[in-house]
Design a protein around this ligand. Structure first.
Ligand SMILES: *[C@@H]1O[C@H](CO)[C@@H](O)[C@H](O)[C@H]1NC(C)=O
Ligand SMILES: *[C@@H]1O[C@H](CO)[C@@H](O)[C@H](O)[C@H]1NC(C)=O
Ligand SMILES: *[C@@H]1O[C@H](CO)[C@@H](O)[C@H](O)[C@H]1NC(C)=O
Ligand SMILES: *[C@@H]1O[C@H](CO)[C@@H](O)[C@H](O)[C@H]1NC(C)=O
Ligand SMILES: *[C@@H]1O[C@H](CO)[C@@H](O)[C@H](O)[C@H]1NC(C)=O
Ligand SMILES: *[C@@H]1O[C@H](CO)[C@@H](O)[C@H](O)[C@H]1NC(C)=O
Length: 504
């Protein structure tokens, strides 16, 4: 055993030695002695980077072609072992073999780094660099995690933090679909502008570095939105004493409360009217937090005062939305039926159908001529109205046949019909258009734009005039009848096809 007084100068020597070695190591590392021919030729061992995993045992070789006097290892700038001073090892995981190899047992990720072996022999002092890279499977953290609720219009930022060696690559997935941007770097954020409820779903951050399993962290995004109200029917046809069901379907997140209003006033619920709700099966697995509820207002025995406009008003924390439904005893709008019978050149047979809970008293048939190939475009025709008495029927359905006489041959007409019962007039039917000599059922006018070049500005003004005329007659038509700039052109072509056999 050495005495304390003897230890002191000895220890000083070690420190000085370490210090010199440290400076030396640093300088030599900078000079890249691994490529220094004279230096490396003396080594039998070759510079190695050992890729390893946590808890493994690693050996770094250090052998010369000639015997050595002593060997020292240091890591970056920390001395590890020295063959002359077996008492200095600080970590029991690290040991020096007699042949110069360094052994690191139970490797930790902190052991990653450069290791330098210095050997002293008869031919001088040489250094070799090795490295240990402890590979660590990726780990990933996401913020926020689990669940996040965002409103439409919000900007949602998700931050993903991935750790691992080598540096993991981060990829984002939205409902299982990989987003195009992916990059390395241990922190990455995904910014989503919440524009629609369809953006709801699973957001995943996937980190992989080729070591072990890929790591996934996720957050589930719930999009909160204004109630969406849809009415199963816009008009409910009923009669006094009958039971009426008014329905609206409300989808919302968070769930909405629904109140019914009649002519702007809350509906008094009780013996006369009651409201029910039933949850509709949510069939979208990702949307399970959205609830779709059918709300029904039941009027048990309809009175006159119960008729009119109803509002289904749904509200949640985001806002209020409404849908409207009318309860009425009026007849349903009439529907023209295609009449396959042969038509004469001055008359036309029209057939229409309607349904009414109360007896229909009369019909009002409106018709007018519309421009055709041999009628000037400036032609202005007013609607001609005819009152047609209703025939009694045993059921609720009324089918009426009426022949218009005294029409211009080979001309175009349009017609609309309304029905009246003791409750009032029905809405207008859709417009039917026909040519004398044959009825023409027209398709949609969605091709208007394609036909527009056939029309000059003048024609357009002409159309506007026609339109205001129609409005002054306080008629409302479906199927784009009055704004059909291209409609006439379409009519011409249809008409020509129809007329050619007539002319010949
Ligand atoms: C290493 O050992 C520790 C302690 O036994 C253990 O928790 C860890 O999972 C091990 N690492 C690997 C990669 O096996
Ligand atoms: C050094 O010695 C150890 C222990 O005997 C042995 O496992 C290792 O292979 C030797 N290394 C070289 C380069 O000979
Ligand atoms: C859910 O949707 C699938 C198809 O999209 C359908 O086959 C199934 O019947 C639906 N289930 C319910 C309860 O609506
Ligand atoms: C349209 O032309 C046909 C055949 O040329 C003719 O019989 C008919 O009277 C014309 N209509 C008008 C409104 O001039
Ligand atoms: C069409 O109706 C308007 C207003 O109702 C009237 O001023 C005009 O004279 C009518 N035109 C024809 C040709 O009857
Ligand atoms: C006609 O137009 C309506 C409304 O624009 C549309 O819903 C319908 O599908 C169209 N029908 C055809 C046959 O294009």
């Amino acid at each position: 055993m050495k005495s304390a007084s003897k230890m002191l100068p000895h220890k000083c020597l070690i420190w000085r030695c370490l210090f010199v070695g440290l400076i030396l190591g640093q300088v030599q590392a900078d000079l890249d002695f691994n490529n220094d021919l004279e230096n490396s030729q003396k080594f039998k061992s070759i510079p190695t980077t050992v890729k390893t995993y946590e808890n493994d045992t690693v050996q770094l070789p250090c052998t010369l072609h000639t015997p050595f006097r002593y060997v020292r290892w240091h890591r970056d700038d920390v001395a590890l072992v020295d063959s002359r001073h077996p008492e200095i090892p600080r970590l029991d995981r690290i040991m020096l073999w007699p042949n110069g190899s360094l052994q690191v047992a139970n490797v930790q990720s902190s052991d990653t780094g450069d290791y330098y072996c210095e050997m002293n022999s008869d031919s001088g002092h040489v250094v070799q660099q090795h490295a240990i890279e402890v590979q660590v499977a990726p780990q990933v953290k996401i913020e926020p995690s689990d669940l996040s609720e965002q409103r439409i219009g919000a900007t949602f930022e998700v931050v993903c933090d991935a750790q691992g060696v080598p540096q993991p690559v981060i990829t984002w997935r939205l409902n299982g679909n990989v987003l195009p941007q992916s990059s390395s770097g241990n922190r990455q954020s995904l910014v989503l502008e919440i524009k629609s409820r369809n953006q709801a779903g699973l957001i995943e951050c996937v980190a992989s570095n080729g070591v072990g399993d890929t790591a996934v962290a996720s957050v589930y995004l719930h999009v909160l939105f204004l109630p969406e109200v849809s009415m199963t029917q816009a008009v409910v046809y009923s009669k006094l004493g009958a039971r009426a069901h008014l329905e609206c379907i409300v989808e919302a997140a968070p769930s909405a409360t629904v109140k019914w209003f009649h002519h702007g006033l809350p509906v008094a619920l009780g013996a006369h009217s009651s409201s029910h709700e039933s949850e509709l099966q949510a069939n979208r697995s990702l949307d399970h937090y959205v609830n779709a509820v059918r709300h029904t207002l039941v009027v048990k025995s309809v009175r006159n005062a119960d008729m009119g406009q109803y509002e289904c008003r749904a509200s949640n924390g985001i806002g209020i939305r409404s849908g409207n439904v009318e309860l009425t005893g009026r007849p349903m709008p009439c529907l023209f039926k295609i009449n396959p019978g042969t038509q004469s050149s001055t008359s036309h047979v029209l057939v229409w159908q309607t349904e009414s809970q109360l007896p229909i008293m009369e019909f009002k048939l409106k018709f007018r001529q519309i421009p055709s190939s041999n009628v000037t475009r400036l032609l202005k025709t007013n609607w001609t109205e005819l009152t047609i008495p209703a025939q009694s029927t045993s059921g609720l359905i009324y089918i009426t046949t009426y022949t218009l006489h005294g029409l211009q041959p080979a001309s175009l007409y349009e017609a609309s019909v309304l029905a009246r019962n003791s409750f009032g007039w029905s809405d207008n039917s859709k417009i039917v258009r026909f040519a004398t000599g044959g009825e023409v059922e027209l398709p949609n006018y969605s091709t208007e734009s394609e036909l527009q070049e056939d029309f000059s500005e003048e024609d357009f003004h002409n159309e506007i005039t026609q339109r205001s005329e129609v409005l002054s007659a306080s008629m409302m038509f479906n199927s784009g009848s009055v704004n059909g700039r291209g409609f006439s052109a379409l009519m011409y072509s249809l008409c020509l096809i129809k007329l050619l056999p007539l002319i010949n």
